[in-house]
Design a binder for this molecule. Structure first.
Ligand code: PBG
Ligand code: ZN
Length: 326
C-alpha cells in the first residue's frame, strides 16, 4: 500500500471532521452508578477516600434516582452496609435486608429505573471475606454458592432488574442461574464479575462498604494481576454457566484484558472503574495537578475503545453532566 500524499493531519484540523471520523463515542447511557446504602434515616455521609461519593440511607434514594435520570444515567448498582454483621453474612439474603429495602424503595419511586445489585457476602460477614469460612479461615466454595444463590433470589424478589455476583467463587453463575430459574426469575440477567483481580485499587471501596477482610486477603479467590490467559478461562466458564454480561475489574491497569475478552468472546462486556482509580483522580484534581474533566472523559472513552459496552463508574454523574454540556 502506498500513501504518497496522505497526511494524517487533514482529518484532525476541525472538530467537525474529527467528530465525523471518530471511532468511539461516550454516552451517559453506558454508565452504571454505584450506590452505598446504609441503615438509618436522613443519612448522607461522604466517604473520606472518595470525595463526592456518599453513604446514603434508603429515604435518600428517590432524590438520587431523579438526579441520575435527569442526567441520562440509566442504572445503579447497589451495595449495602447492614445494621450488623455475622459469621454467615445473613444480612445478605434477609428479606428486609438493606439492599432488599433499597430495591423496593427505588422501584416504588420509579419502576422503570434499572436496578442492578452486587451479590457478595463480604459486606455482611463479620470476618469480611466474600464467603463462608471453615475452621481454618479458608473460604468454603460450595457452601458459599448456596448463600449467593439465596441472596440473588432475594434481590430478584425485591425487584432487582439484574444481579451481579462479585465473589469469584467457582460455579456461582451456574448456582445463581439455577436458583433464579427455579424461583421464576428466568428473565433476570446475570452480569458476572468474571475477571476480577485481587487488586490494591479496591481500598477506598472497603472504607465505603466497611468490608475489608479482618485477616488475610482475597488472593485465594480473586485473580493474580500477573495473569491474562486465566482471565479468558474465567470468562469462558462464566459464559458457559450462563452469564449474560461479563466484567473486567479493575479498569485502568486491565485494559489489555478488556480488549482480549471483547475480541475473544464478543459478549456484552462491562468494566468496573473502581474506587482506587476514582480516588487517585480526585486527589490529583483537588491539588490542581490534573484537569479532572479531561482526564475522566479520556479514561472513560478509553474503556469503550478497549472493548467495554458498559462502564460502572463513580464519575458517572460528573461525566454525564460534562457530556451534556458538550
Ligand atoms: C465486593 C466488591 C468489591 C468491589 C465491588 N464489589 C470489593 C472487593 O472485592 O474487595 C470493589 C469496587 C471498587 O473498588 O470500587 N466483593
Ligand atoms: Zn466480596
Amino acid at each position: 500500500m502506498e500513501f504518497p500524499t496522505y497526511r494524517m493531519r487533514r482529518l484532525r484540523r476541525s472538530e467537525t471532521l474529527r467528530a465525523m471520523v471518530r471511532e468511539t463515542t461516550l454516552d451517559a447511557a453506558d454508565f452504571i452508578y454505584p450506590l452505598f446504602v446504609v441503615p438509618g434515616e436522613g443519612i448522607r455521609v461522604e466517604v473520606t477516600s472518595m470525595p463526592g461519593v456518599f453513604n446514603i440511607s434508603v429515604d435518600q434514594l428517590a432524590g438520587e434516582i431523579d438526579e441520575l435520570k435527569a442526567l441520562g444515567v440509566p442504572a445503579v448498582i447497589l451495595f449495602g452496609i447492614p445494621e450488623s454483621k455475622d459469621e454467615a453474612g445473613s444480612g445478605a439474603y434477609a428479606e428486609d435486608g438493606i439492599v432488599q429495602r433499597a430495591i423496593r424503595a427505588i422501584k416504588e419511586h420509579d419502576p422503570e429505573f434499572m436496578v442492578v445489585t452486587d451479590v457478595c457476602m463480604c459486606e455482611y460477614t463479620s470476618h469480611g471475606h466474600c464467603g463462608a469460612l471453615d475452621e481454618h479461615g479458608c473460604v468454603l466454595n460450595d457452601v458459599t454458592l448456596e448463600l449467593l444463590a439465596q441472596t440473588a433470589v432475594s434481590h430478584a424478589e425485591a425487584g432487582a432488574d439484574m444481579v451481579a455476583p462479585s465473589d469469584m467463587m467457582d460455579g456461582r453463575v451456574a448456582a445463581i442461574r439455577t436458583a433464579l430459574d427455579a424461583e421464576g426469575y428466568a428473565d433476570v440477567p446475570i452480569m458476572a464479575y468474571s475477571a476480577k483481580y485481587a487488586s490494591a485499587y479496591y481500598g477506598p471501596f472497603r472504607d465505603a462498604a466497611d468490608s475489608a477482610p479482618a485477616f488475610g486477603d482475597r488472593r485465594a479467590y480473586q485473580m493474580d494481576p500477573a495473569n491474562s490467559d486465566e482471565a479468558i478461562r474465567e470468562v469462558s466458564l462464566d459464559i458457559l454457566e450462563g452469564a449474560d454480561i461479563v466484567m473486567v475489574k479493575p479498569g485502568l491497569a486491565y485494559m489489555d484484558i478488556l480488549r482480549r475478552v471483547k475480541d475473544e468472546f464478543g459478549y456484552p462486556t462491562a468494566v468496573y472503574n473502581v474506587s482506587g482509580e476514582y480516588a487517585m483522580v480526585k486527589a490529583a484534581a483537588e491539588r490542581g495537578w490534573i484537569d479532572e474533566q479531561r482526564v475522566v472523559l479520556e479514561t472513560l472513552t478509553a474503556f469503550k475503545r478497549a472493548g467495554a459496552d458498559l462502564i460502572i463508574t463513580y464519575h458517572a454523574k460528573d461525566a454525564a453532566r460534562w457530556l451534556a454540556e458538550g
